[in-house]
Ligand binder design. Structure first.
Ligand code: SAH
Length: 276
């Protein structure tokens, strides 16, 4: 019965341009006879999926779509479930495992599941504004549709107070406007109003829009469902229009001369007596 074993690919297609989808993702989509995903994402890969069976659904039918994909793959088909960015980052990845688990699926059962990584928005958006992720960072989704708002606030506080660069996913939508206002208030408790902020909408898509601002003024601009908000740490600075978070080389090396600073040793813990 081995030949009846189906295959379930969970595919991240990257931010939306053909240049930023991986060859592995392309192969998985190519191999699939059924492709499942949101309408918008199907449109992004429409050339690849011509002639294949497709199930396109809207945003709110995720569970049905995951169930259906599992059903079809269990029967022996090759199914690709596509998500934008990385499928495991606020995407369909976990839901696929939850549906399998609910059905008592075990490793070795049909279908085989394989996750194909994609470039998440945090990376895609960062690349459009410079090198803001040069030091520790985290992602926080401001969507309280499935997560209690208190939990989100707690994470905002923790990330803000421990000086992470932060990428805010799902920052706002037509109905959800209050969350980003509250996020700004929390961040301003710990960071200067001049902290660099980038608002990147539809990265690597047709309507791409990049806006560089700061923590104080960020709400003067449109922030919506297709925006990722990148917030600098206390170390992040702007140079020639680029947003940069240093890794810390300047603590140890003289970057102009390329020499090690007095009292520091390469390959050893930073001597903090010498930095302020
Ligand atoms: N799985 C996706 C995230 C889905 S959550 C990923 O890994 O990127 C949806 C949120 O992702 C949006 O609200 C927005 O904050 C962000 N996003 C998705 N695509 C984007 C794009 N092309 N440009 C900017 N932000 C994007």
């Amino acid at each position: 019965m081995e030949d009846l074993k189906g295959k379930l690919y969970v595919v991240g297609i990257g931010p939306g341009s053909a240049d930023h989808i991986s060859p592995a993702a392309l192969r998985a989509i190519e191999e699939a006879d059924l492709v499942v995903g949101y309408r918008t994402y199907m449109l992004l890969v429409r050339k690849l999926i011509k002639g294949k069976d497709k199930v396109q659904t809207g945003m709110t039918e995720e569970i049905d779509r995951a169930r259906m994909a599992v059903d079809e793959a269990s029967k022996g088909r090759t199914v690709a479930v596509i998500s934008s960015g990385d499928a495991g980052v606020y995407g369909m990845g976990t839901l696929m495992f939850e549906v399998l688990k609910e059905r008592g699926w075990k490793r070795g059962d049909s279908p085989d599941i394989q996750i194909i990584p994609g470039m998440t928005s945090m990376n895609a958006c960062a690349s459009l504004v410079g090198a803001p992720l040069g030091h520790d960072s985290c992602m926080i989704s401001l969507s309280d549709l499935l997560t209690p708002w208190e939990v989100i606030e707690k994470r905002l506080e923790a990330a803000a107070s421990s000086d992470f660069v932060i990428g805010l996913y799902n920052p706002a939508s037509g109905r959800r406007q209050r969350q980003i206002v509250r996020a700004q208030q929390i961040l301003l408790k710990y960071r200067s109003p001049e902290t660099p902020v980038a608002l990147v909408r539809s990265a690597y898509r047709h309507r791409q829009h990049i806006l560089k601002t700061n923590l104080e003024d960020m709400l003067d601009y449109e922030i919506g469902m297709l925006t990722t908000v990148l917030i600098g740490s206390t170390q992040t600075y702007m140079y020639e229009g680029y947003m940069i978070t240093p890794r810390g080389y300047h603590h140890k090396y003289d970057l102009e001369k390329g020499t090690v600073m007095e009292g520091q040793t390469p390959g050893r813990q930073l001597n903090t007596d010498l930095i302020h």
